[in-house]
Design a protein around this ligand. Structure first.
Ligand code: FAD
Ligand code: AMP
Length: 418
């Protein structure tokens, strides 16, 4: 007979590992299945976020920002240094250590909370059974079952048709976090959050970065006043952002790679040394759901859930990047905690109006609640106020005066815009 748990979690990212820990804290016997491996081929908990997402990107953003500040901003403080250089392998080793420290920490937390960690690919079968398969061979390792199952498989990068990743020259975000040297010319397809963050890293380290963005509007979901100011600052920093640029193909050329794109109905070519494809992510639901498991996905592969994260099957829940809503680590974790509370008979709650967003460029862009444009579109009467950092003492003291704070409030009640 299959081992029986109170809860099985499939996926060990910020949604899955947080859900598993909360379930265990609430007294539920819990197993967590995850297939992720680190660069040395060892099982590594923490999902996209800790292994190849939030954490390594923030580590490189910080290293590259220190390097940039030393070269361009420290002079104003009276600090100068000769022969400033960057050792990319040391920078990558630091990133690796941070990731290792955090991912191994989850293993420690699992042990402390008596969670059964299982390395493998989990497939939801009928009658709340889960098959654990060897991620390489696809062979069945074991079958387990539970009263409740939480699906938290996360997401994977979208590949553009006809532009396959080759893990060396045409790469996804994971590849762009692992470059062993600074590419001289870097093409980034997609000027969304991930494209901008990775473009910033390599630009600060010396790459000539061109971002090709299909949409005419820059950062369309961001407050328009803020995105206009951000575009101005990024341009000043040397990021070449080309809007309305639809990439068609990437071919090899005698001197590197040639990106063909269409802009204003004209065909253009751009020669680069490496290409980062950052055109979005899709749910990692391939092979997750057996035909007779009772749970389905929508046309784009997202697992269908209600507002409580419950699927169409009683006791089967889904959270994080693989369900509707923003693809953000803290949103996944919040859903994980809420589902654990519901399973244990409590009340879980996630307020989607208060999920913060951050883009870790310089300056960073962060917001919570509805933007001015969203309020206007929804017909909500608002008043707005903004204050430039250039007029605040702290910002001046830090030599960091670019940007502003903006408030959007209801015109009559003064409540926040959410
Ligand atoms: P994931 O973190 O994707 O975890 C899912 C896990 O499940 C993975 O380990 C996967 O291998 C495993 N898995 C999938 N299917 C199976 C299966 N069938 N069986 C077993 N295991 C399976 N978000 C932020 O909030 N802030 C940031 O700064 C930020 N920066 C980012 C930077 C980059 C470069 C990227 C790529 C993403 C970033 N994100 C950021 C997004 C963030 O990483 C995700 O929103 C978050 O990881 C989603 O968590 P999750 O638990 O839903 O899924
Ligand atoms: P995000 O959704 O924040 O990950 O951003 C991905 C960005 O990639 C979006 O702004 C898309 O408009 C953009 N994008 C998608 N396909 C293409 C393409 N073929 N060429 C250029 N940009 C693209």
């Amino acid at each position: 007979m299959a081992d029986l748990f109170d809860v099985i979690v499939i996926g060990g990212g910020p949604g899955g590992y947080v859900a598993a820990i909360r379930c265990a804290q609430l007294g539920l016997s819990t197993a967590c299945i995850d297939e992720q491996k680190d660069s040395e081929g060892n099982p590594s908990l923490g999902g996209t976020c800790l292994n190849v997402g939030c954490i390594p990107s923030k580590a490189l953003l910080d290293s590259s920002e220190q390097y940039h500040r030393l070269q361009h901003q420290f002079g104003a403080h009276g600090i100068s240094a000769d022969n400033v250089s960057i050792d990319v392998s040391k920078m990558q080793a630091r990133k690796h250590e941070i990731v290792k420290n955090l991912t191994s920490g989850i293993g420690v937390l699992f042990k402390a909370n008596q969670i059964t960690a299982i390395h493998g690919f989990g497939r939801l079968m009928a009658d709340k059974h889960v098959a654990v398969l060897d991620p390489e061979t696809g062979k069945l390792k074991q079958t387990i079952s539970a009263r409740n199952i939480i699906l938290a498989p996360g997401s994977i990068p979208v590949e553009l048709p006809g532009i396959p990743f080759d893990d060396e020259f045409v790469v996804d975000s994971t590849g762009a976090l692992a470059f062993d040297k600074v590419p001289q010319r870097l093409g980034v397809i997609g000027a969304g959050v991930i494209g901008l963050e990775l473009g910033s890293v390599w630009s600060r380290l010396g790459s000539k970065v061109v971002l090709l963005e299909a949409m005419d509007k820059f950062l369309a979901t961001v407050d328009h006043q803020i995105s206009r100011e951000a575009a101005r600052q990024f341009k000043k920093q040397g990021l070449d952002i080309r809007l309305g640029a639809m990439v068609k193909k990437v071919t090899s050329s005698p001197n590197g790679l040639e990106i063909s794109y269409e802009q204003k109905r004209k065909q253009h070519k751009l020669e680069v040394d490496r290409v980062v494809v950052a055109v979005g992510r899709k749910p990692a639901t391939d092979g997750l759901l057996a035909a007779d498991c009772g749970v389905g996905t929508d046309a784009r592969g997202f697992i269908e859930v209600d507002e409580r994260c419950l699927t169409s099957e009683d006791g089967i829940w889904a959270i994080g990047d693989a369900v509707r809503g923003p693809m953000l680590a803290h949103k996944s974790s919040e859903e994980g905690v809420a589902v654990a509370e519901r399973i244990a008979g409590g009340v879980g709650h996630v307020d989607f109006n208060t999920v913060p967003w951050v883009i870790y460029t310089s300056p960073e862009i962060a917001w919570v609640g509805k933007t001015e444009n969203e309020c206007k579109e929804a017909g909500i009467p608002i008043k707005t106020g903004s204050f430039p950092f250039a007029a605040t003492g702290r910002a001046k003291a830090m030599e960091d005066t670019v940007g502003m704070v903006k408030m959007v409030a209801h015109a009559e009640t003064d409540r926040r815009s959410a």
